[in-house]
Design a protein around this ligand. Sequence first.
Ligand code: ADP
Length: 326
Amino acid sequence: MNSNIAIVCSGGDASGMNPALKRFVEYSYAKGLNPYFVRNGYEGLIDNLITPATYQDVSGIITRGGTKIGSARSLRFKEASYRTIAADNLRSHGIDKLIVLGGDGSFRGMERFYHETGIAFCGIPSTIDNDINGTDYCLGVDTALGVIRNAIDQIRDTASSFRRAFVIETMGRNCGYLALISAITSGAEMCLIPELPIDIHEFSGCYRSQIQKGRDYFIAIVSEALNSREVSEWFENELGFESRVSVLGHIQRGGSPSVYDRLMAYKFVTYAIDALLEGNSHSVICYNKSHFNFKTIDEVALHPHQLDPELLTLAREQFLPSHCQM
Ligand code: ADP
């Protein structure tokens, strides 16, 4: 008899989840598995929103951001009694394997669930913030970077026409990855991220000199963990340069998945299903130095994520006030 496998999206949604759902259905059938969807994250496990998944369900979704089956945070799943209900629901459908698209919190919850119930899972790191320890890449990051690039390019058009400093705030929680990559690839003058403490007052002399020599606009990228309004006020009060804040917000979570995210979704899901079939019962699939590998939950969730040191070195050379070119 065919074995049954389900997929669930938990925590923040990310572009690339829909291509992952498509690959999940197609590869499950190819491997003789019956695929199921769990709607609305772990809430759907508890409420038995578990249904067989068909080719028709995933037809046409590869181009769409977000996730067709919904995602959610679930306070109830943190309670053992609700996890028992979730396990009973899965068993009633004959499901003993789960693919989880989410972050370290979701994986931590699933790890508990596995030890209590024996239901195997494989986690696929999915968040635009790229802040999961143990993997260089999380599903959704490339699409978010593309959205940010488009936004900055368009803001530059107006900034350059109107002699303004634009302070653009990106998402990333406590991780400066999105801000840093965006600042480098958009040619921003200033990049402020939590991992690189900077006293912006140290830019005063250099920026004044640049303005005197003809600079007529600035682009500053600020990670959401920091105060973009303060930076904007600094441009106005310290440099007398008209300034605007642009908080990019949730547009960063949407958008049609990039080629890279579609490909990564395809690979993550393929190798995750292979791993479950080989008996790998509770791990997270990670991507390091262009290779996929499997890590324990502790390797992923026990330590906070740290920005790639090589990237930080480059950031220092580019964005510290001491490197500002007069
Ligand atoms: P992320 O997966 O993006 O890190 P959260 O930390 O919000 O997001 O976790 C997502 C969900 O995972 C939570 O809403 C909860 O249902 C579940 N979860 C997180 N930590 C635990 C835990 N220690 N025990 C049980 N479930 C958990």
